[in-house]
Design a binder for this molecule. Structure first.
Ligand SMILES: [Zn+2]
Length: 339
């Protein structure tokens, strides 16, 4: 175990907030305390497992809750055509299946994209982690799991590569989706400097034992002007404030650091990224509430399908529209300097 007393974002000394947290997610033994930064409110596991201990722990890790949007080949269904129009208008992807005059296609895409649920569906619910088009672009996903994100990006013309520590997930992705997935840790891959236009970590950053080091490595392998996009639970969401140590997003000991908009922005800027944008979203609030209730009652099981609590969902959505930092999902995009 490594004792971590100082906030890795701003350097302040953490205060003990949650004691004796246990692994409700996979049921491994062990008791963990969480510290919180009095300044930027980052939450982290006080005594963190070493890399060797983590590797051993991860042999007992499983996640049945991994949800993937439908991933198939693109066709000419109305849904695919609407998606193409919107991605063309908002993200710069070329028109391949829609045969309309350019001006008309763009206007239609812009109009359709003004309807929030339609826009969200067209980017597969991926928010800031859905990249703008880069012609001939190279994309890296760290912790790609079974590779569905890579498959989507490959469909949209990206040369997409994934890195995954779980060999079974990596194999599944290669076989099922035909995508390139390298096994092991990011640093073991020895990618050359300036390799990628877009790097993404979806629900991975909170698992990383040394976020500073991984941000450094991402900066090295990003091309100048390239983007890093992150999605993770928001450690200062309404759910986190409501349920405290029983919040579903805490997930001890797997989530080693729980960032919030402030702490994540500080860390990305301190790490030399520029044009950092962070935001929070409430789309998971309805099941975070019911799952947290179960964690509190000691009845949480991964295999149970999550139920929904809509009053909490809309309460959070409303408050988040007003305050802007209470959503359960935290997203960030940041860029490497151009020179
Ligand atoms: Zn801090």
């Amino acid at each position: 175990m490594i004792e971590k007393r100082l906030c890795l974002a701003c350097g302040s000394e953490g205060k003990l907030v949650y004691k004796d947290c246990t692994d409700f997610f996979c049921g491994t033994t062990g008791v963990y305390d969480y510290l919180e930064c009095p300044n930027c409110k980052l939450l982290w596991v006080f005594h963190q497992p070493t890399d060797e201990e983590l590797a051993e722990l991860y042999e007992q890790y499983y996640d049945e809750t991994l949800m993937a949007p439908e991933v198939g080949e693109l066709g000419r269904s109305p849904k695919d055509l609407i998606r193409e129009l919107i991605l063309h208008a908002y993200k710069g992807y070329p028109l391949k299946r829609v045969s309309l005059p350019k001006f008309l296609a763009k206007s239609l895409g812009l109009g359709l994209g003004l309807i929030p649920p339609v826009f969200n569906r067209s980017i597969y619910g991926l928010g800031l982690t859905f990249p703008d088009c880069v012609s001939g672009g190279k994309l890296l996903e760290i912790g790609c799991g079974r590779g569905w994100f890579l498959k989507i990006m490959k469909n949209w013309g990206w040369k997409a590569i994934g890195v995954e520590t779980n060999p079974a997930s990596a194999r599944f992705g290669r076989e099922k989706f035909g995508v390139e997935i390298l096994e092991g840790q990011l640093e073991e891959q020895n990618f050359p400097d300036n390799s990628f236009d877009f790097i993404v970590m979806r629900h991975v950053f909170e698992h990383v034992s040394d976020p500073v080091k991984i941000l450094e490595e991402c900066k090295r392998i990003l091309k100048p002007g390239g983007a890093l996009a992150l999605a993770m639970p928001n450690g200062k969401s309404l759910g986190s404030r409501w349920f405290g140590k029983y919040w579903r997003g805490l997930t001890p000991p797997w989530h080693l650091h729980l960032f919030n908009p402030k702490s994540l922005k500080i860390l990305l800027e301190e790490s030399g990224y520029q044009n950092v944008k962070v935001r929070t979203l409430s789309f998971p609030a309805h099941w975070i509430y019911t799952s947290s209730k179960k964690v509190q009652a000691g009845t949480f099981k991964q295999s149970d399908s999550p139920t929904s609590c809509w009053w909490f969902h809309f309460l959070e959505k409303g408050l988040n529209a007003f305050f802007g930092n209470l959503g359960e999902e935290l997203e960030a995009i940041a860029y490497k300097r151009n020179s």
